[in-house]
Design a protein around this ligand. Structure first.
Ligand SMILES: Nc1nc2c(ncn2[C@@H]2O[C@H](COP(=O)(O)OP(=O)(O)OP(=O)(O)O)[C@@H](O)[C@H]2O)c(=O)[nH]1
Ligand SMILES: [Mg+2]
Length: 431
């Protein structure tokens, strides 16, 4: 995957620059407006910056002359992201699946055209007969009539293709539980541009739009030395996989990034919760502290001041239990003096209606990033997009199984976009 940024006066120009450089398969990942700064800013125009990406294999075919730089970049990226190559291969495979969706849509549209043709033709013949009756069979007028009806036929057929494509894309999105409102909004945003002529245009437009709407993912940041330790709290409903997620992330941070970390747990509510986290921690040889009171936060934290990360597990709270939500709020206030990030863990299997209630309560407690778990237990993952659009919270990780540490990764918006469009196997299906 090659990712580059392009600046121009307008969004369209910046996208054109990206497509010229990276080829027609380039995908727009992000668009931001850059306001001019400095003394002469009133003389400078606002610029639009587009971040675009393209599958490395396609790029290498197109631009063999810049191979050396790309090889260098890909070596670096392979080092930094050892899973990237695997992801690229998977993205390619998913692309093929998405193409087969396009084919399926085309076949259905073709079929519909065939079904409609006989009556169309009959109509044309009747019109012709009517036009020529009582007149000389003048070749000129016949030709004009033919080209008029041809034009009408073409327009009707284009409209039919367009409408059928919209219906099928809407069906895919809502079938994968993207809310009707968001699905319609996305499709409208694409069709209203007027640039969408073919099914391919529409499908790739919707695909790119979804990626844009999913936004930049925000996994745990690599902290600068002077900002140690980074405190990360994991909150969320009961049984969604908070503790398992902490175990997975801890082992990735320790084994892959050689970080020093400690775990604090405030989950003294459920019998065996402390044992559960201690078991994971002892395998990884990391210290665990059990906190019973909010006041203990300040006693414990100084011990770990030279650590890179402190991950904090909390007891699951039902959003319907107000007292327990208030306890959580109070506990989290114990960290108010420190710089913390909060990850709200949600299960992809929870109904949209419930997720909405859950996030609205947690939103009151803190700004959060979102982790979705249990993607292996459902194919319909439209709620990820729904909740992202409802809350504007940044997405971060997806978890798709019980294996520690394997079944977790930084969310890839391309995989999510393909899955909600019915393409690709998605997460948790033997990937
Ligand atoms: N299928 C599947 N199971 C998962 C996933 N993540 C966690 N689990 C399982 O879900 C169950 C609950 O996981 P926990 O990590 O204990 O959940 P929790 O949110 O800490 O639960 P509480 O602390 O009780 O609120 C365990 O059986 C986990 O193995 C996942 O991504 N997929
Ligand atoms: Mg737990």
């Amino acid at each position: 995957m090659i990712i580059k940024k392009y600046q121009a006066g307008t969004e369209t120009e910046a996208i054109m620059l990206a497509k010229e450089d990276l080829g027609k398969d380039a995908i727009v990942m992000n668009i931001k407006t850059i306001k001019p700064k400095g003394l002469f800013k009133i003389f400078r125009k606002t610029q639009v910056e587009v971040t675009a990406a393209v599958d490395e294999n396609q790029e290498i075919e197109k631009k063999s002359e810049s191979k050396t730089t790309e090889q260098f970049n890909s070596q670096i990226s392979e080092k930094l992201h050892p899973d990237q190559k695997k992801e690229d291969e998977e993205a390619k495979a998913l692309n093929e699946k998405l193409n087969s969706l396009a084919k399926l849509l085309e076949e259905q549209i073709e079929q519909q055209k065939k079904d409609e043709r006989p009556s169309d033709k009959k109509e044309v013949v009747q019109q012709k007969e009517k036009a020529v009756s009582g007149q000389k069979k003048d070749e000129e007028s016949d030709k004009i009539l033919e080209s008029d009806t041809e034009k009408k036929e073409q327009k009707a057929s284009k409209d039919a293709i367009r409408n059928k494509s919209i219906d099928l894309i809407m069906e895919q999105l809502t079938g994968n539980e993207v809310s009707y409102t968001y699905a319609k909004q996305i499709v409208d945003e694409i069709t209203h541009t007027g640039n969408v002529r073919t099914l391919d245009d529409m499908l790739s437009g919707v695909y790119q739009k979804i990626i844009l709407k999913l936004g930049q993912v925000q996994p745990i940041a690599m902290e600068k030395e002077d900002k140690k330790p980074k405190i990360i709290l994991f909150i969320g409903p009961t049984g969604v996989g908070k503790t398992t997620t902490i175990a997975k992330l801890s082992s990735k941070l320790i084994l892959e990034q050689k970080k020093k970390l400690a775990i604090l747990t405030a989950d003294t509510y459920r019998i065996s919760a402390v044992e559960q986290i201690k078991t994971y921690a002892s395998i990884l040889s990391i210290p665990v502290e059990v906190l019973y009171e909010r006041e203990e936060v300040e006693e414990v934290l100084p011990k770990y001041k030279d650590y890179d990360y402190i991950l904090v597990d909390t007891a699951g709270r039902s959003h319907k239990n107000k007292d327990r939500m208030d306890d959580l709020k109070e506990f989290m206030e114990g960290f108010s003096k420190y710089s913390t990030s909060v990850y709200l863990v949600l299960s992809a299997t929870t109904k949209y209606k419930d997720l909405k209630k859950i996030v609205s309560l947690y939103e009151d407690i803190s700004d959060c990033n979102l982790i979705f778990t249990k993607l292996d237990e459902t194919d319909a993952i439209g709620n990820i997009l729904n909740i992202k659009l409802d809350t504007g919270m940044a997405l971060s990780y997806v978890s798709y199984g019980q294996n520690v540490p394997d079944d977790i990764e930084v969310m890839n918006p391309q995989v999510i976009a393909k899955q909600v469009l019915g393409g690709g196997d998605g997460y948790g299906s033997g990937r």
